[in-house]
Design a protein around this ligand. Structure first.
Ligand code: GRF
Length: 221
């Protein structure tokens, strides 16, 4: 009897001994730091193979180096190297595949991905977004929620598809919006939950035993 993961219609990251992840960043890298901590504390059973930044000055690069993790800078403004978005993504894929990365984790990576990248890692690219999707996709999600006046917002980890912030949801966590909040206090409360949520979601995906039914990512079936 095949397990659900082996059925051709259930494309999944699966469960095998390769636990190598790559993290893509553009800036601060606090989610990267949470992943590094979770691995160090053995709360996340993963091997962080490489951290890639599209910005040479991303603060997250230092966090990776301090943890002894390989860093690669692929500067998207270098048009001599990357004339098109596809050229850029081909190089991303090459670097990740060379390191046998099984799951790609976007952590504040501020780039739209092309089909070149998405097709190279089917159902194996994951992102964290600071709202309860499908509410408030896109940039400034915390401001969007605050300005709208919702009483609850949160954080979402989702698989990445061609639709912006629209892929199957892996895990979500709600966060209250308080009357005294400004955008910064709200963003800080969400970020704290992001740091809790992302390692959990990565572990879930690496462990396998999940499948997609349409948009729904199911772990009990
Ligand atoms: C986080 O709020 C994440 O949800 C969003 O970008 C931000 C990245 O922050 N996608 P950091 O670089 O991980 O600190």
């Amino acid at each position: 009897m095949p397990t659900p993961n082996e059925e051709p219609n259930h494309r999944t990251v699966g469960s095998d001994r390769n636990r190598r992840i790559g993290v893509l960043i553009s800036g601060r890298g606090s989610n990267l730091q949470a992943i590094i901590h979770a691995i160090a504390e053995r709360k996340l059973n993963a091997d962080l193979a490489v951290v890639i930044s599209n910005r040479p000055d991303a603060a997250g690069l230092k966090r990776a180096r301090d943890a002894g993790v390989e860093t690669v800078i692929l500067d998207h403004t270098d048009k001599a190297k990357f004339a098109t978005r596809e050229d850029y993504d081909r190089e991303l894929v090459r670097v990740l595949k060379e390191r046998q990365v099984r799951l790609v984790c976007l952590a504040g990576f501020m780039r739209l991905l092309t089909k070149v990248f998405l097709d190279a890692f089917p159902n194996a690219i994951v992102n964290i977004h600071p709202s309860l999707l499908p509410s408030f996709p896109g940039t400034n999600a915390q401001y969007q929620a605050w300005e709208h006046g919702v009483k609850w917002t949160g954080a979402t980890v989702h698989l990445v598809t061609t639709e912006l912030d629209g892929g199957p949801i892996v895990l979500q966590e709600p966060v209250p919006v308080k009357d005294g909040d400004d955008v910064d206090t709200l963003a800080a409360r969400i970020l704290e939950r992001e740091h809790h949520l992302y390692p959990l979601a990565i572990q879930l995906l690496l462990n396998g035993g999940w499948r997609l039914e349409g948009r729904r990512l199911l772990t009990r079936f």
